[in-house]
Design a protein around this ligand. Structure first.
Ligand SMILES: Nc1nc2c(ncn2[C@@H]2O[C@H](COP(=O)(O)OP(=O)(O)OP(=O)(O)O)[C@@H](O)[C@H]2O)c(=O)[nH]1
Ligand SMILES: [Mg+2]
Length: 371
């Protein structure tokens, strides 16, 4: 990397559950081990984020922009960029936009390059696509000629970036990986496409090269997007974020409790569960796990499975369901878990919302120059 004072900024976009946080942690840890100071910025429609807590537990400097995506909170994004630059002085900043957000070329990258180019060098804009979903759910959708709001959103995310990653290749056979790449290539013929598993580490090296480049990306024009349809896609989803302290005099096994909660979410919401995440923090460290596409993944384990008497719990759920329903269901699942182990809940803070219409502070498309 060249000796420049400006940190490299890398945006890692992609639909909910595509593996952004997991890959960001993996890249962050890899860069740190090479002596490259790295910070992350997470983003969500709500507060109390599993992702931010997880990053901090893993020792990465992390800033969080809650309550809206980078585009609608562009001012906050700029403030956090300069703040993290001043306090941490990273060489690389990895930023994860909300998984239901798109149009970042027009709403984040172009405004940054026009108005705040001194803050960071735009090193890469990478969009992730979930490998198993590419060859399953996405293949059954009309992403090539999108019709439904969800199809429009996912297709736009993929076409907005010139660099794409097929994630979770450890869950696919080599033939399925080739199939997933071919499918993605059909949607975005000119993009650079790599494949990787953040779990096994396979395919990480090309990504490290993308992230540590000395270059600055050339901004292309962003594909057109109907904001009414985009808003409809966001409005189909309910977002629940909650946090509580669990006190269990008779002892609570965190691994069992995590599985219980995730299986409960899966059973309650079925195919409508887009991404459920659980983070427990206790005396043995933290355990983060999630469920996507019906599959449970453990992202970080504890040093011991011995029962604990107190733990902090954070739960984030994104589902195609009414917020009230998600809120009530998660509350009941936590209560049922506590009843089973004789535990009690305190300091329970929870909020469930439908994201509002995306209203970016700037939207600059190169061919019309409007803001
Ligand atoms: N097997 C496998 N699982 C993965 C991999 N990457 C992510 N996962 C799992 O996929 C789930 C979602 O991963 P995240 O990194 O949280 O996804 P995300 O894109 O940040 O999701 P949002 O923050 O909701 O937008 C987690 O349960 C991970 O365990 C991978 O390379 N292999
Ligand atoms: Mg995430």
């Amino acid at each position: 990397m060249s000796d420049t004072n400006r940190p490299a900024l890398v945006l890692l976009g992609g639909f909910l559950g595509s593996g952004k946080t997991t890959l960001m942690m993996r890249i962050g840890e890899e860069l740190s081990s090479r002596g490259i100071a790295t910070a992350v910025i997470t983003n969500d429609q709500g507060e109390n984020l599993v992702d931010t807590a997880h990053a901090r537990e893993r020792g990465l400097a992390a800033a969080e922009i809650p309550g809206g995506c980078f585009c609608c909170k562009f001012g906050d994004f700029v403030t956090h960029l300069s703040e993290i630059r001043r306090t941490v002085a990273p060489r690389v900043i990895l930023a994860e936009p909300v998984g239901s957000c798109t149009d970042l070329t027009a709403t984040v990258l172009t405004p940054l390059s026009l108005y705040h180019s001194g803050l960071a060098r735009l090193a890469a804009y990478i969009v992730l696509a979930d490998g198993p979903r590419l060859i399953g759910e996405y293949r059954r959708m009309n992403l090539g000629a999108p019709v439904t709001p969800r199809e429009v959103l996912i297709a736009h995310q993929i076409c907005d970036a010139r660099r794409l990653v097929v994630t979770k290749t450890d869950l696919l056979t080599p033939e399925e990986v080739a199939d997933a790449v071919g499918f993605l290539r059909g949607l975005s013929p000119d993009a650079q496409i790599v494949t990787c598993s953040a779990v096994s580490g396979e395919g990480i090296e090309p990504l490290i090269e993308w992230v540590t480049t000395d270059d600055e990306i050339e901004l292309s024009d962003s594909p057109d997007l109907d904001y009414d349809v985009y808003a409809a896609a966001e409005a189909e989803m309910g977002w629940y974020n909650g946090r509580a302290t669990i006190t269990a005099p008779a002892g609570l096994r965190i691994d069992d409790a995590t599985t219980d909660l995730l299986l409960g979410l899966k059973a309650e919401f079925g195919a409508n569960l887009i991404h459920g995440k659980v983070l427990f923090v206790c005396e043995y460290g933290s355990l983060k796990a999630g469920v996507v596409d019906g599959r449970i993944g453990i992202d970080s384990g504890l040093s011991s499975t011995n029962p604990v008497t107190e733990a902090g719990l954070t739960v984030n759920v994104r589902a195609a369901a009414a917020p009230r329903e998600i809120d009530a269901t998660v509350g009941r699942l936590i209560d049922e878990l506590c009843d089973r182990v004789g535990a009690s809940v305190s300091d329970y803070m929870h909020r469930a919302i439908v994201p509002g219409r995306p209203v970016p502070q700037h939207r600059i498309r190169r061919n019309d120059g409007s803001t």
